[in-house]
Design a binder for this molecule. Sequence first.
Ligand code: FES
Length: 328
Amino acid sequence: MSVRRLAPDHVQPASFAFDAANENWADQQIAKYPPGRQASAVIPLLWKAQEQHHGWVPRAAIEAVARKLDMAPMRVMEIATFYTMFNLQPVGEHFVQLCGTTPCALRGAEALKKVCEDVIGPQSTVSADGKLSWLEVECLGACCNAPMAQINFDYYEDLTPENFRTLLDDLRQGRPVKTGSQIGRSGSEPEGGGETLKDPALYDGTVIGAGDWQKRVTEQRQAAAEAAAAKAAAEAEAKKAEAGAAAPKADAPKTDSPKTDAHKTDATPAAATKPATETAAAGRPKPSEPGQPSSAAQDTPSAEGRPDQGKPDATSSDAARGGDKPVK
Ligand code: FES
């Protein structure tokens, strides 16, 4: 990571101002943001300043952008020095950004650096005629066609020392050049042309049913809708039948069940006001009933939650024991 500093004073211009067209363009960018948020336009304005000032951003441009956006100059300085898209030093008319990251390095970027040094000079310096300058950068996202370089706004790929040298020479002389792959690749296809997706049937519609495929899709959708409607109707019918079968049960005559009655009694507020002994007697099966051992009545907690413990109770003993005589 290189240190990014402003250019030395002797190359800094005394002032900077947007020309009329760019001033108008800047106003349009600022108008995209809500009032008070004009600082959001700082990057577009810095970019436009760089474009106007021969590809680099001088201190005066940073200050002009800060004034335009009502920002502290230091805030704009931080942005300009952080993003490598902003050149802080003068660049040539053709600014070469040579990728030196691994895929390009493996495919010969080192040899291209030597070409730059030969043809242009040291990195980050402008050639004597002002036509060229170069900088090594990180991956530019065209690794498929490595090695590559970006020159101003265009990519040049599949470079070799020979074709790169010719390319730089053509640019210097103002001759037309070819952007993209320098060996005739289309996009990022393999050298010699694509090897997949070559079946013509992929492109004439036969794979999806040439001619009446829309009719077939419509019929399939219709059949699916009808099946869904039939399923919903069957489910509704089944629910209706289920409800009809459950209705007689609800109307069946109620049988008196001591347990059920006791439960209902417990649930009513009146039960709460009854003496505990009465509630316990009504809520428990009588010990004297068939199948109930007599000791069960003694072990069963009373309505107050305490075991009876065999205490004689004038109110409940008769009911609990079903009229048995107390043992004397
Ligand atoms: S490594 Fe060079 S473009 Fe990705």
